[in-house]
Every structure is written in C-alpha cells, then in structure tokens.
Design a protein around this ligand. Structure first.
Ligand code: SAH
Length: 303
C-alpha cells in the first residue's frame, strides 16, 4: 500500500513523507537513547542536547539540498516529525507529561496529515499553507492558552493531570474527528479546499455521497470534535469550554458563508441537499434560504 501511495503522490508530498519519516526515526532514537544511556553518560552532549543538535544539522542539510518550496515543505515536515517524536517520548512518563505527549502526537500528526491529504487529493491547491500551521492568530492564541492552562494546573495540582482514562477518551475523540475530516477530504477530492471558494470553477461538483450523505460539513464536524478532543486529552477543563464555544462560533460563521456561496454555485440542487441532510454541527443550521424571506426561484440560481 505504501508503494501505491508513493507512486500516486506529487513530488512535494513524497518529500514531506520522507522528511517526516526520517525525522521521526532520528528524533525518537535520540530521545530514547537519552533515557536509556542516562543523561550523565559520556555521551551526555549527544543524548541531552542531541535533539536540538540534530535539528540544526537537519536544517543545515535541507537548506543545502533544497531551495524554495521544497525546502519550506522539508523543514516543516522535519519539524513536525521531531515534535511527533517528542510526543512519543513524553508518553513514556508516568505523570502529567504523558497527557502532554499524547496531545503533541495528535497536534503534529494533524498538521502533517493535512499537507499529505491535500497532496494526495487536490495537489493543484498544494502550498506551504496546506500544513495550516499559520491558520489564524486566534488558532495560535488558543494553542498557547491550552499550554498555559496545562502548565499552571500541572504545577499546582499535578494529580489533576493523571486521569489517564479520561485523557484516552480525548484521544478517541481526536482519532474519530481526524478520521471524519480526512474521509471528507478523500471523498470531496478536488472539490475540497482549505479556503472557501467564492468563484465556481467549471469542474466544481456538488458532493453528496459517502460521508457527505451523513452530514453536509463532515470535515468541519471532524475538526470541531478534534479540537475539543485535544483539550480533553490535556485534561484542561477551562479550555474544553473555551474551545467548544470558540470552535462552534467559528464554524457557525464559516458554514453560513460557505453555504451562501454553495447556493449560488448549485442553486436548487443544494437546496434539495439541505432538505435531505443536516449540517452535522450541533445547533448550526447553515444558510437556509427560506429563513431569509427571499423568494427563491430556479432561474435565480442560473448565474
Ligand atoms: N464544508 C465542507 C467542505 C470544506 S472545504 C466540509 O466540512 O466537509 C471548503 C470548500 O468545499 C468550499 O470552497 C466549498 O465550496 C466546498 N464544498 C463544501 N461542501 C461541498 C459539497 N457538498 N460539494 C462540493 N463542494 C463543497
């Protein structure tokens, strides 16, 4: 299957997979060799500072070998591989760092798999932004807020971060959400886009099969539960509430704007789809033409 994947993927996607894979092997070995050999061994410089040194070395090699887009893709994939390995290492701890490790694995894998999924399903739109590492200021601030909450609670109430069974529930939420989002990307293929399209491409088709027959916005539903799942994984009660409210508000606005464009793209076909299938997001209706008081006629949609 791996061979098949490598054959069908564009060069940037292949590069991302290779860099992530090599980085994961090197950093996981490096992190674990530190704890196996002991930080006080003669190899302390390599075992303790190893990961940082390896990352500088990696950057140096990649900078030397690749330029422009390929370098940007390589360094991000290598970085995500390194954080993924750090997550694996942290899960071997028997305290609150374990849940932080699980979170780090989930976060790194999500951003890396977004890039690879776009490379496989819609390479025409592939860019450095496909990692969605720079999603928005709010997204970055939310991530930092969750690290602060985890840090403060772990410092003052370390026992609070040892409910591993509850954290595992968060992991299940993330895996399910991630699975749903990726299924949506692989179902919609070239009709999927990280940025909402306001102009209809001639080949843009309405997708109503697969996960799109279960709900109208499977990738948003997946991302919604994934985002809450990250905070359940971290055992962050405050951020669970904040993330739920923030994601819900974000997706309500996003779905509204997106459906407005989809109605202009597909007209009665989309109205029919709306009647058959719900948005999938709790208490989010989307843009329902009837509710706006507009008189929708078939010819209204002909442009
Ligand atoms: N909201 C969808 C898709 C997100 S990607 C989901 O959650 O799975 C955003 C792009 O998908 C937008 O440009 C929009 O025009 C397009 N899109 C959304 N739903 C679609 C559908 N059912 N068929 C085809 N394109 C769709």
């Amino acid at each position: 299957m791996d061979v098949l994947l490598m054959r069908n993927i564009c060069p940037a996607g292949k590069q991302a997979l290779i860099c992530f894979f090599i980085s994961t092997i090197v950093f996981t070995t490096s992190f674990f060799s530190g704890s196996v050999l002991g930080f006080s061994s003669e190899l302390w410089a390599l075992t303790y500072w190893g990961p940082a040194l390896y990352f500088c070395l990696f950057n140096f090699i990649l900078r030397y070998c690749y330029k422009g887009f390929m370098y940007e893709v390589s360094i991000r994939s290598a970085f995500l591989g390194a954080t993924f390995s750090l997550g694996i290492f942290l899960t071997s701890f028997d305290n609150g760092w374990r849940v932080f490790g699980l979170y780090t694995i989930i976060l790194s894998f999500f951003h890396f798999s977004e890039f690879v999924s776009v490379a496989l399903t819609n390479p025409r739109t592939l860019s450095v932004n496909s990692f969605i590492l720079n999603h928005s200021v709010q997204y970055g601030a939310a991530a930092v807020a969750s690290w602060i909450e985890w840090g403060v609670e772990y410092y003052f109430f370390p026992d609070m971060k040892s409910y591993f069974w509850l954290s595992a529930l968060g992991v299940v939420m993330c895996i399910t959400g991630e699975g749903l989002r990726k299924s949506a990307m692989f179902t919609a293929k070239t009709n999927f886009n990280h940025t909402v399209q306001f102009v209809k491409r001639p080949d843009h088709q309405l997708v109503t099969h697969g996960v799109y027959s279960l709900c109208r916005h499977p990738s948003y539903v997946g991302w919604f539960y994934w985002s809450i799942g990250t905070q359940v994984t971290l055992l962050n009660p405050i951020c669970v509430i904040i993330y739920t409210l923030a994601s819900w508000t974000f997706f309500r606005e996003r779905v509204y704007a997106e459906e407005l464009t989809l109605l202009t793209f597909f007209g009665p076909q989309y109205v029919e789809y709306q009647k058959q299938v719900g948005t999938g997001l709790p208490y989010i209706m989307g843009y329902i033409p009837e509710n706006t008081g507009q008189n929708i006629k078939d010819d209204h949609w002909s442009y």
